[in-house]
Design a binder for this molecule. Sequence first.
Ligand SMILES: [Zn+2]
Length: 200
Amino acid sequence: MKRSEAALLKPYELFNALRIKLVENSIPTERGCVEYQGAPNSSGYIYLSFCGVQAGAHVFSFEVFVEPVPAGLHVCHTCDNPPCINPSHLFSGTRKTNMQDAADKGRNGSQTHPASRPRGEGHWTRQQPEKLFRGKRENPGNVLRGEQVALSVLNPDKVREMRIAHFANKETFSSIGRRFGISHVNARKAILRITWKHVQ
Ligand SMILES: [Zn+2]
């Protein structure tokens, strides 16, 4: 969206436009990440421009689905997957935690043993959660995850309904996409099991 177009919108409309842009251009993975689709930079992060502001897709996602990035802090990944914009995989940390995180994961130049990186429950953010800077988030247990996240426009019931509409009722991907508020591309992916494979 260009600045001239953005000037016509109210703040909440801009906010929603950014949410929709993030949702429409990303694909959930088997590991639970939601990867923004685009050309990564040399560090693997995907930058995008919105209303004249350039930032990593993960930073925009944190801003619109979690909270404004606290001043001076970075947006880091618990999943170590730079294109991931899943809000539940993002946290704000200091430059120090970010560098510590990178060192723990063997980034900082050497990615020689990716398999040896602690992930999931072994990751330092799970082992030492008190080191995480969580901004105003007072009750981490209340953080929405997976399908509860606003990022997931779809849910298993909707996906089943979409598949029936297509295969039984011969409705087109575009028409289904319109009904469910997603693009025909993402409707097609969900229907053809490129995404949402786990839904029977
Ligand atoms: Zn992730």
